[in-house]
Design a protein around this ligand. Sequence first.
Ligand code: CP
Length: 313
Amino acid sequence: MGRFNLEHVYESQQFDLELLDIIFNVADEMKKDLSAGQRHYSQALKDKIMASLFYEPSTRTRFSFESAMARLGGSILTTENAKEFSSAAKGETLYDSTRVMCGYADLIVMRHNEPGSAKRASEASSVPVINAGDGSGQHPTQALLDLYTIKDCFPTVDGLSIAMVGDLKYGRTVRSLSYLLTKYDNITIYFVSPSVCRMDDDLKDYLTTNNVEWQEEGSLEKVLPLVDCVYMTRIQKERFNDLEDYQRASGKYILGLDQVKLMKEKSIIMHPLPRVDEISREVDEDPRAKYFEQAENGIYIRMALLFLLLGND
Ligand code: CP
């Protein structure tokens, strides 16, 4: 196995193919260990403490990180809502909170509303900081579990075509996954979004520079027969300043059974979740629907990251 040399995880551009391989191999090991009930790693982090500092709501990321730490035998410091119940509510800066928290924990998992916040926190921290989503910035651990899911469904990632659908302007998961996909050859991305939430130019320029083909397409039905993976996302009401823009964007792209019929037999449907109405409930029974497996993969990926960041000594 190569060397895992990251101190912090704040953006997808930190990963190269070698690091991805290391993480996915350890995630495979964790999955095998849990599935077989062997629990070889149940005490791997027994003296370690993880602080989960979530300034924004979360179900999957927070609980899967906390579950991952518990499954590795570590302890957890947490608060229901760091924005309200930490001293951020009294005006404490992120810098001060981070400086203090690294005295209490061996690793900090942070979700924050401001893009770039996790990187700033990492600069103030003497312990590893993991970005669990920074506003409309990035969500690198989601991208890792997304890619892990894709790798599980196809013989190779090279040559795949992916449609990213929905809120591409504020969607941190599509940004982070796009960065990771540049590590592979002959990738094509179709961006399908309402006009008020198109993918920003900086990401499109990055893809072009890194030899990923991309195009914007208004019709979901036109793209569905072409792609190997449809990555649906929620229109994030909480990120819109203008309610009319939100209303213009919502409900425009819905994947129901009629749409799924247009997809290739061997294609897959992904979603970082939570969903609102963009994938109909009936689609869940289609074998191409992978979003619940995707969410489950979060536990293996996050166990792998915690183990690699904390367990190497
Ligand atoms: N996918 C994801 O980040 O979900 P949560 O917001 O529930 O953590």
